[in-house]
Structure formats: C-alpha cells, structure tokens
Design a protein around this ligand. Structure first.
Ligand code: MGD
Ligand code: MGD
Ligand code: SF4
Ligand code: MO
Length: 765
C-alpha cells in the first residue's frame, strides 16, 4: 500500500513540476537566488551552485597520466566541481575517485606557495623565499657556468606529469642535452613498446589498443584493472565482461580483475614467459592458429613452430606451478574467440629484466589469434593531425619518450649533444634502440663516467619514490652543482633542491595541447579554471623565462601561451575560442582495422610483416625468438616484493590529498595467511619490511589472506613517505621504492625490472 501511495504522490509531483516546465527554466536563476536567500536567513549556507554565476572550463585531468577530459565548474575564484567530459573519448562523462579528488588536491593546504632558495645543507629542507626574477637569474647563471665547463650534456632533465613536455622535450632539445628522461618510459612502458616495434613495427602508444566493444576473450597478464583504476579501461573492461567476453587473468595474487575472471592462473612470479611459450605450443600443435592470417601477414612461422615444440604444457607446468590441463584449456579458449581475443599489452611492464621477450611472446599469441587489425582484437591507433609550433631547428632532436610523449615524437632516435656526446647512460651501446634508462642517468652524477652530469632539473618526478635504488639517488643529489625542483607539493626530494619552483596546478594554468593517439584520434585543451594560487606559476612560463636567460630566445618567440596554442590550433582550423565552443575536445577519424588500409600493410617492420622471428634481435644476439629465463628465487625467510596500484591513489602523489587520504590513509602488506600463521603474524598486526641490504620501511598493517601465493608479498606503491611537509601522508604505511635496492636492466628496452627485490617481515618492537 505504502509503495503505491508513494508512486502516486511522486507522479502528481512530477506532473505539477512539468506543467510549469518552460516557466521554471526561465525563472531558474530567480528561484535559485530566493533559495539562497531563504537558506541564508535560516542560518544554512547555500549550496555552491546557488552562490553565484557558474563558470565552466574544459581541461584534461592530471591526477594520473591518463588525461581524461574534464569539465570544471567554478564559482567566483573557487573551483567547486569536476565532472567527466561527456564528449571526451577517454572519460565519457565519468571519472575515477582520483579525478574527482582534483579539487581537494588543488586546495591541499600543504602546497608549495612561493619560489625558494636553499639556506641550509642540501637535504635539510631549509629555505628562504626568493623572487621569481632572482631565482631565474641565479639558475641561468649556474646552468651556463656548468655548460661552459662541461658542455650542455652535463645538465640532466627528468620529467613526468602532464606538463613535462616544456622541460623534458622542448627545453631539453633547445638547450641541447640528450640526458632527458621520464620514469614513464624505462620504469613503465618501454618493454611493451620495444616489443611491439620489433614485432609489428607499431608502438603501443599511450593507449592500449584493445578493441573492447567486440572482444570475446580478454587475457590480463598482471594488468590489475580495478586497482589500476584508469577510468576508460575500467569502463571498457566491465562492458566487455558484461557482454559475456571470457576473461583469463594471470596473476600470483587474486586481484580485483581475477575476481571477474573465468580462469585465474595463479602463476609463480617471474615465469610468465614459460606459460606463453606453452600456449604457443598448444595453438600450433592443435592447429588452433589463424593459418590464413599467419601466411598473409607474418614471417618466421617455421622457426617459431620448431622453437616451441619442446615447450609443452607439462614443461611449463613444472616452471609456472600451474595445472597443465588449465594451460591447455585456456589456450583453446583464446583460440575459440580469435580473432576477437587478445592478451592486453599491459602498461607497467618492467618486471624482471627480460621483459621485452615476455611481451614479444604475448604479441606472438595475439598474432597467431589474428588479433592485430581485426575487429574485437587490437586496433591500430592513429595520432591526430596537429602541427607543432614552428621553431628553428633544435640543438638536438629526439624526445624523452614515455607514456605522456606527444604522438609522433621521435623516441627511437638517439641524439648526440652539440659536442657530439651521446647519452650519459651509454644508451646507444647498451640498448638495442637507445632508450634512456632514467635510473642510469644517476650514475654519471656520482662517478663522472662516461662524462660528468653536474646539474639536474626535476619537473613533476617523485625522484626518491619513483626511481629504484633511492640511496644511490641521494648520493647523486649530494654531488651535483645545481638541483632545481619544480613541483606542487613538498615531496621528499624537494628538501634536496637548491631552488624550489612551485608550479600552478592543472586547474590554474593553460598547458600544451594533449594530442591522443586512439581509435578515434582526438585533441584536448587545458583551460585555467582559476588564476594561479599563492605565488605559483605555470611550467610553460618557467621554461620560457629560463630559456630567455640562457640564450634560447629564438625558441620562445611567442609572448603569451594563448599565442602559442592558437598558432598550433590554426593547423586544424581552430583556436582557443573554438576549442571552448567545442567543449574542450576535437575528434578526428581513425584507421583502426586492416580493412581500412585497402590491402597495404599497416605494419611498420621493414618487410611490412609481423616478425614472429625477429631478425633485428637475432643479429644483435638478443634472441630471435623468446626464451624463458629464470629469475633468482627469494632466499630462505624472504619473500619476493611485488607491488601495484591502489584504487584511490596515484603513485606517491595523492596520498596527501585530503579527501583521498581520508578514504585510504595507508597501505597494507599482503601475505599468504598460512605463511603468516607460521610466522606468528596475524591479520591487522603491524610489521616492518626489511630487504636483503637491511633497509627498512614501515610499520605497515598486515593483510593476511588466501588471495596471494606463499612466495611473495604485495604492497600498493606510493605510501611510506618521509616528507614532514606532507602533513597527512608523512610516515604512513610502507614504501616499496625504499626496498628496491636492486633492479635488473632489460638489454633490449633498457627497462628496469624491479620485482627482483626480496624482503622479510619484522614484527614491530
Ligand atoms: N589507481 C591507480 N591506477 C593507476 C595508476 C596509479 O598510480 N593509481 N598508475 C597508472 C600507471 S602509469 C600504470 S603503469 C598502471 C600499472 O598497472 P598495471 O599495468 O596493471 O601493472 P602490472 O604491473 O601489470 O600489475 C600489477 C599486478 O601484477 C601482479 N604481478 C606481480 N608479479 C607478477 C608476475 O610475475 N606475473 C604476473 N602475471 N603478474 C604479476 C601483481 O599481483 C598485480 O596484481 O596503472 C595505471 N593506473
Ligand atoms: N617503487 C616503484 N617505483 C615506480 C613504480 C612503482 O609501482 N613502484 N611505478 C613506475 C611507473 S609505472 C611510473 S609511470 C612512474 C611514475 O613516476 P612519477 O611520475 O615520478 O610518480 P608520482 O609519484 O606521481 O610523481 C609525480 C610528482 O609530480 C608532482 N606533481 C603533481 N602535480 C604536478 C604539477 O602540476 N606540476 C609539477 N611540476 N609537479 C606536479 C608530485 O608532487 C610528485 O612529486 O613510477 C615508476 N616507479
Ligand atoms: S583515470 Fe582518473 S585520475 Fe586518471 S586521468 Fe582519468 S579521472 Fe583522472
Ligand atoms: Mo606507469
């Protein structure tokens, strides 16, 4: 009865409301004001949307590197709300918790507020305020002194987050240092991209080209969607799952994605390549591969078939500790769905130091399934058309790469500096395609070999939390002649700067356009919602001010950022005003499928064919076909340290954001319940984590669970910071970065495998 009554009442209410529809819209503002006045009289402050005119600006999110398009609502000088931009292909009107947390990030009272110069010892964190003018004059003088004595190469520039372009790409090339790097390359995506270049000749790019809508079988190797909370990826995965796609998850931990899987393969860590080789063996032995596709588009099938003959499911079972029948069954599940089946290329793929070969094995399976360029498999990304700002030739060419690099950036090119010196990490000789191994740039700062690096500019990199072996980084920081840090928060490494330059956040600045290679390529604009708070400035302005003082005027011909952006936008018949009218995003046409190429090859290999056998790797004696390479086992009493993402935090950057900190203030260390019981450790206990070198972090809460194998522990990255200025995050939880005394370089991609560290649990004293 009650329910019927309620329905009637509601319907009557709606009728009344709609009867006056037109009038209501007209009178909306009046009513709003009346409501606000009425509430104020009652002593209740009116809601933000009744407090004044709402200004809408368009932007792309900077709470993680994914760059979802956002709509920002501002009243007066206060940002009130961020929503997903419904027209943006990445957000589609939705955001993850971190994206929503952007307002809180920007109003974090702990933000850096004014430029500062160091007054105490490096690392002591003693500074005094300085004017922007004086800061740039002094920095420019010191940079020029370093360059005069050691050459421009002796300045290293490290960058990440969405404004890094101005420093790692634009300034670095104009200045002439090849020693620019991003943690988003060789600590993240480089193995999967190098493997793709070697195999298909097409890099994966910023956006994994899974053709989700039509996919029938999804294989996730690691890829922990749901903990990795990239907005679009979660939407796509859940839609595909809802549409009945089969899901296979390979993970030593029962991840959030594993909870959605039809098949969970709790693999022994570090043995994925053995599983992949066995899958190839089954696909070929049982004749389950796409013969026509293989004949038309590949080279090296005979060699591959001979190579995998011995890699039976039984062989792999002994290595991976998986059931051989499960290996067979899952290979058949992939084949049944092919070509609408793919192993996701992954994102963070720097695991054990042999990672390019693992990714190649995965791509070979995607090839045998006929996935590249077929509907439901892997589409071809296309970069949007957009001209660069015209400038005289750079001193050097070649971008630092990484997942936020502009499409078309020549990441494969290995530049030498103006004095003919190549990258100081020895990239050209060490790695096949000369990637910059960011952590290796630390070495010449300490040893002076092969030549000295004397100055360091850090833009938006969490230096002591993102780069493995932080103790070595600290040694380097002590030796440098000049350290400049551009950041928004007093992160740990900020204490080591000579000059701290506080940036205006992404909601307070214009920025470079975001050009996204995608199924439907698109361009996003960043408009400031409010003026820079405190005495902060945008990164583009800093790059220009510095450039003007070190003789690079010709590269910074534009007077204002509006002029720079309008010049670029001219090439697509647009400008800032039109971008605003278009609600912040312009979408172009893609070429996603083989059929779109009219018989021509979309593959960028020299032969235009997918290289099942890689001649390039064979010539370099790096293995024409992938082989399984065992990784070292944890010593007695130790566990392999693995790490991953936490749904509401980004790396080590959001732990201090008030609303996100409130949801998740600290991390937990996952350990197998039986093992924990054996150690007398209970769920909820606090322990310290100690690596083989005796480095400790914690205390951290124990999550004792059956959801993880007994030979590893798992930690969400980014916690355990030691930065007194971060009032909420300081000292909470444990830091995976601090435990990474070791890393292993992949000889092909230069990627630093970080899952080779072992730790033990020490009960809190
Ligand atoms: N919330 C949130 N989301 C993010 C980010 C963030 O900071 N916060 N960062 C973004 C970025 S830049 C990246 S690169 C991605 C990273 O996210 P992913 O690319 O998904 O990272 P992975 O390393 O593949 O995934 C970690 C998973 O690998 C499992 N694992 C550990 N060892 C092994 C092994 O030997 N074999 C297999 N098969 N699995 C193993 C772990 O148990 C864990 O579930 O996340 C992105 N999304
Ligand atoms: N131990 C360990 N190391 C890792 C990983 C891991 O899981 N564990 N993951 C790796 C991966 S996949 C990646 S992609 C990298 C990520 O590496 P980073 O990008 O270095 O990670 P963050 O912690 O997000 O650091 C971002 C820094 O930029 C600052 N910042 C935020 N907004 C702005 C801004 O608007 N302007 C400026 N100038 N600064 C800003 C933040 O305060 C912070 O200092 O780390 C890699 N390293
Ligand atoms: S995934 Fe979340 S944090 Fe990352 S850009 Fe999108 S909304 Fe922002
Ligand atoms: Mo990453």
């Amino acid at each position: 009865m009650a329910r019927v009554e309620l329905q009637i009442t509601r319907r009557n209410f709606l009728k009344t409301a709609f009867a006056g529809g037109g009038g209501m819209a007209l009178a909306g503002r009046e009513i709003g004001r009346a409501v606000a006045n009425g509430l104020t009289k009652l002593g209740t402050p009116p809601a933000w949307f009744h407090q004044g005119e709402i200004k809408t600006t368009y932007n792309y999110c900077d709470m993680c590197p994914w760059k979802c398009g956002i709509v920002v609502q501002t009243v007066g000088d206060r940002v009130r709300k961020i929503d997903g931009n419904p027209l943006d292909p990445k957000s589609r009107g939705m955001l993850c918790a971190r994206g929503q947390g952007g307002v809180s990030f920007v109003y974090d009272p702990d933000r850096l507020r004014a430029p500062m110069v160091r007054t105490g010892e490096r690392g002591a964190g003693k500074f005094q305020e300085i004017t922007w003018n004086d800061a740039f004059d002094q920095i420019a003088e010191k940079l020029q002194a370093v360059a005069a004595q050691y050459g421009p190469e002796s300045v290293a520039i490290l960058g990440h987050t969405t404004g890094d372009f101005w420093f790692t790409d634009y300034f670095a090339q104009a200045w002439g240092t090849p020693n620019a790097g991003k943690p988003s390359a060789t600590l993240c995506t480089s193995p999967r991209d190098e493997a793709a270049l070697l195999t298909t000749g097409v890099a994966i790019g910023g956006h994994e080209p899974m053709d989700w809508d039509a996919m029938r079988c999804i294989v996730l190797m690691g890829s922990h969607i749901g903990e990795d909370t990239r907005n679009t990826v979660m939407q796509d995965f859940m839609n595909a799952w809802g549409n009945g796609a089969k899901v296979i998850v390979i993970d030593p931990r029962f991840s959030s994605a594993a909870a959605k899987a039809d098949y969970w393969l709790p693999i022994k860590p570090g043995t994925d390549t053995a599983l992949l080789l066995a899958w190839i063996n089954v696909l070929i032995a049982e004749n389950l591969y796409n013969r026509e596709y293989v004949e038309q588009w590949t080279e090296g099938f005979e060699q591959l078939a001979a190579h995998v003959q011995e890699f039976t499911p039984e062989w792999a079972a002994a290595i991976t500790e998986l059931d051989p029948e499960l290996i067979r069954t899952t290979a058949r599940v992939i084949a049944e769905a092919a070509p609408a089946a793919a192993i996701m290329p992954g994102r963070h793929t720097t695991w054990y130091g042999n990672d390019t070969q693992r990714m190649r094995a995965a791509y070979i399976i995607n090839t045998l399934a006929g996935a590249w360029g077929n509907e439901g498999g892997l589409y071809f990304n296309k970069s949007p058309y957009l001209e660069a700002y015209p400038h005289p030739p750079f001193a050097i060419t070649g971008s630092a790469g990484g997942c936020s690099a502009e499409p078309g950036a020549e990441t494969a090119e290995l530049p030498a500096g103006p004095s003919g010196k190549i990258r100081a990490d020895g990239a050209r000789t060490k790695f096949l395609r000369g990637a910059t191994a960011i952590q290796e740039l630390i070495e010449p700062m300490i040893t002076g070999e092969p030549y000295p690096i004397k100055a360091l500019i850090v833009y938006g990199v969490n230096l002591l939390n993102s780069i493995p072996n932080p103790e070595r980084t600290l040694e380097a920081l002590k030796k440098l002649d000049l350290v400049v840090v551009i950041d928004v928060l007093p992160q740990e490494h900020v204490a080591w700067a000579d000059y701290v330059l506080p940036e205006a956040s992404y909601l307070e600045r214009y920025d470079e356009l975001s050009a996204v290679a995608y199924k439907t390529p698109f361009i996003q604009v960043r408009e400031p919602a409010i003026a820079p708070m405190y005495d902060t400035k945008p990164g583009w302005w800093m790059a220009r001010e510095l450039g003007m003082r070190v003789g690079l005027e010709k590269y910074f011909a534009w007077e204002t950022i509006e002029e720079y952006l309008n010049t670029r936008l001219m090439s697509i018949g647009s400008n800032l005003e039109k971008m605003h009218e278009a609600k912040g995003v312009v979408i172009q046409k893609g070429k996603p499928y083989l059929a779109d190429f009219n018989g021509a090859s979309p593959f960028g290999t020299p032969s235009g064919k997918i290289q099942l056998f890689s001649d390039e790797l064979a010539v370099a004696k790096l293995g024409g076909l992938p082989e399984y390479e065992p990784t070292a086992e944890p010593p007695e009493g130790y566990f392999r340290l693995t790490y991953g993402r936490q749904p509401v935090h980004t790396f080590a950057k959001t732990q201090n954001t008030p609303v996100l900190n409130e949801i998740t203030p600290e991390n937990e260390v996952w350990i197998n319940e039986d093992v924990a019981n054996g150690l007398g450790i209970r769920h909820g206990d606090r322990v310290w984590l100690e690596n083989e070198a005796g480095t400790r972090t914690g205390p951290v809460k124990v999550k004792s669970t059956q959801r993880i194998r007994p030979d590893l522990v798992f930690l969400a990255h980014g916690f355990g910071s030691v930065a007194p200025g971060l009032s909420r995050a300081n000292g909470k939880g444990a830091s995976d970065a601090r435990l990474m005394s070791q890393y292993k370089l992949d000889p092909i991609s230069g990627g630093a495998g970080m899952r080779i560290n072992f730790v033990r649990l020490v009960k809190e004293a």
